[in-house]
Ligand binder design. Sequence first.
Ligand SMILES: [Zn+2]
Length: 309
Amino acid sequence: MNSWYTEVLRRGWDSNPRYRCRYTTFPGWPVQPLLHLSRDTRERENVQRTGWKCNECGRLIFGLFPLYSFRAFAQIAMLKRLLKRMLFFGTTRYCPVCRGRIRRFKPSGFILRQEARCAVCNSLERHRLAWIFFQDYTDLFNNLPKRMLHIAPEEEFSRLLKNVPGLQYVSADLADPRAMVKVDITSLSFPDGVFDVVYCSHVLEHVRDDRKAMRELQRVMKPSGWGVVLVPITSGETLENDPSVTSDEDRTRIYGQPDHVRLYGRDFSTRLQEEGFSVREVRCRDILSPELSERCGLADDELYFVTKE
Ligand SMILES: [Zn+2]
C-alpha cells in the first residue's frame, strides 16, 4: 500500500472520535484532540485480535472482545442482510446494489416517495442509478489501481466500494464519524490531482458555497480522472441560496428540506461547466429500458458525469 494512502487513512483514523482511548480522556473536556489509537500501532503490534492499544497511555483496551471486533460486526451485518433477503424475497423488483430480488421497494424521503428504498441494503434510487452507471459505463471495476474519493459516504455503498479490487478508497465527510477522513468540501485537505474517481452524491445542495466545492472536487481529480455528481433537480432554473432565509420552516418551504440551502434546476450542468468541468448529463432513460427502470425502482433520475477535459 503506498505511503500517501496510508497517511490519509492514519490521519482520518486519528481524527475519528470513535477510536479515541477512553482512559486518557480528560473528564469534562468537550473534545480531546490529543488522544488517539493509531492504526499503525494496531497493525505493527498486531493487537487487533485482542483489543486496542492507545499511543498516549500505552494501555491495551480489551472491552468485550470478540463482540466489539469489526469482524464480529461484519458477521452480524452479513446475517442481517441474509435474513432480509429471505424476508423480502420476490421476483418483481431487483436492486443492482445488493443484487437483491425483492417484492417491492419501500417508501422513503422527506417528501415520501413510493418505491424508493431497498429493504435489504437501504439503497435509494440515486444509489441504484449510480451503481448501474459505475458498472456499465465506467472503468471503476476493471481491477486496475485507482484512487477514489467518496464525499458523504452512504454505509452500504461505502462497504461495497471498499472491497472493489484495486481501489484505494477514501470516504470523507464533515460530520459523519463513519467517514474515514473529516473534511470540509469547500477546502479539501488533499493534494492536487490525486484521485482517479470522485463521487459526490446529494451534498452540494447543503453547501453554502457550492461553486467553491465544485472547484475543490475538480482540483483533487487527476487530469485523466472522472467523477459522478448528483443533486436533487427540480424543473426550471436554480433557486439560489438567500442569506435572509434562516429558519428551518422557511428552508423547507422554499428549498424542500430544512438542511438544504438552494434548489437546483436543469441549469445544474451549466453551473458545473462554469467551474471548469466537462459535463455529460446521464438520465435514467438514456441508459435503461423502461422495463428495467421500473424493475430497479428508478423514475426519471439523473446523474452528472464530469471530467476535467
Ligand atoms: Zn439493495
